[in-house]
Design a protein around this ligand. Structure first.
Ligand code: NIG
Ligand code: FE
Length: 404
């Protein structure tokens, strides 16, 4: 059944300030999961007998929010590392002591797909309550062919449990697994020769990510993984310039990557490289906040060069245990100096671009997917302003209406 929403004040997120201004009450016509029309007039219910009609009573409607970078699937708990970090042990030192990513790898390897799904559902719940209709989920806590595939399948299974669109990313190059200690090149070879080909063949992920960092993979290793991904028809993206500047963002841009994520240490050369590509700059203020970092991403330079900025939760057990995308909008404003309009673009239009869906998600426009969030708020800035106050009235995913 198709859907008609009446009395809807639309924040379309079309280009420019106008796309951020709530419209006068309109009627949104949804057909076959797509936005068919946004009309000024009110369609009489009798004229649409085959439609489900919902009166939005003047509520504000935005595109459904898109969380374009998460690590939602994992087992185990790292609250102990949080305590260590508060006592002054830096994140790289915790990782070197066998904690960090590898401690989550141990726990994740022993979990079944069903257990991973069960553990992820409450995390997903938090994101849904903040209006999310699409979520990207990475592997990266398995680090074997079997366990990476297990994670990607668990991520996709979330769609069977909740109304959500999941986009999966292979992050086998997240850490050097214990079996390959001091043989990182051999592990990269394994990723390129075995893991990527199988993941591509079975269509378990649409892109490949690499943690390009001194505690992750070198620039040369990152390039090898990117080349293998592209050879198998997958898109690329990077965890780049999070803790130091290795040039990973420029490399990602060179390979027309979807996004360069974190980018606290991005320099002017890196910004120029992004400006020459369509690569989105994804800001992850949750990890910046949690790690109590002080080096902020070069927001003014990114603005000057008109580089689209996305914002994501980076939900993960080690550096960003925050399952609320509107909290990330707030942090992007308070910690990085974004405007609330930039923050909303960062979780709609630009997040869609960071997932390769610039033409079908992240805006309320004819032909776009009918993924919407319906809010009990009066102005879109409220989404960045308040935290913890329930404001979501309902979500629409591919035209299917769900009350929250
Ligand atoms: O995005 N930077 C690397 N990966 C994650 C952290 C993962 C972890 O510590 O478990 C991140 O911050
Ligand atoms: Fe991450």
């Amino acid at each position: 059944m198709d859907l008609i929403l009446t009395n809807a004040r639309i924040v379309s997120m079309e280009q420019g300030d106008l796309g951020y201004q709530p419209s006068s009450p309109k009627t949104v016509v949804i057909k076959a999961g797509k936005i068919d029309a946004c009309l000024d007039s009110h369609i009489p219910i009798a004229a649409a007998p085959e439609h489900k009609v919902i009166d939005c009573q003047g509520k504000l409607i935005t595109p459904g929010l898109i969380d374009c970078h998460t690590h939602l699937i994992y087992a185990g708990n790292r609250a102990n590392e949080f305590e260590m970090h508060l006592q002054g042990v830096p994140y790289p030192a915790i990782a070197k002591q066998g904690g960090g990513i590898l401690s989550t790898v141990h726990a994740t390897r022993t979990a079944s797909i069903d257990q991973l799904v069960e553990l992820a559902l409450p995390r997903l719940e938090g994101l849904l309550r903040s209006g999310v209709t699409s979520v990207e989920i990475k592997s990266g806590y398995g680090l074997t062919l079997h366990d990476e595939i297990k994670m990607l399948k668990a991520a996709k299974h979330l769609e069977d449990h909740r109304r959500i669109k999941v986009v999966t990313t292979l992050l086998a190059a997240h850490a050097i697994p214990p079996e390959y200690q001091h043989r990182s090149d051999d592990y990269v070879e394994h990723i390129c020769q075995e893991i990527i080909p199988l993941v591509a063949e079975q269509k378990l992920a649409s892109s490949v990510d690499v943690f390009c960092e001194s505690i992750g993979f070198t620039l040369a290793q990152t390039e090898k993984v990117f080349q293998a991904a592209i050879a198998h028809g997958l898109q690329v993206k990077g965890h780049t310039e999070q803790l130091s500047n290795l040039g990973g963002s420029a490399l990602t841009a060179h390979y027309q990557g979807l996004s360069a994520d974190h980018i606290e240490y991005l320099d002017e050369q890196g910004v120029f490289a992004l400006a020459r590509s369509n690569t989105v700059a994804t800001l992850l203020p949750g990890a910046f906040y949690f790690l109590r970092e002080t080096q902020r991403p070069p927001i003014d330079l990114l603005r000057q060069h008109h580089i689209p900025m996305a914002i994501a939760s980076d939900f993960n057990p080690g550096t960003s245990p925050f399952a609320d995308l509107t909290l990330m909008m707030n942090m992007a404003c308070t910690l990085f100096g974004l405007t609330p309009q930039e923050a909303l673009r960062g979780v709609t239009q630009h997040a869609a671009q960071a997932l390769g869906f610039a033409d079908s998600r992240g805006k309320i426009a004819t032909g776009y997917d009918a993924d919407l969030a319906i809010w009990n708020i009066s102005h879109p800035a409220d989404l960045s302003y308040q935290v913890g106050v329930p404001r979501l009235h309902a979500r629409v995913v591919d035209g299917a209406f769900t009350y929250e």
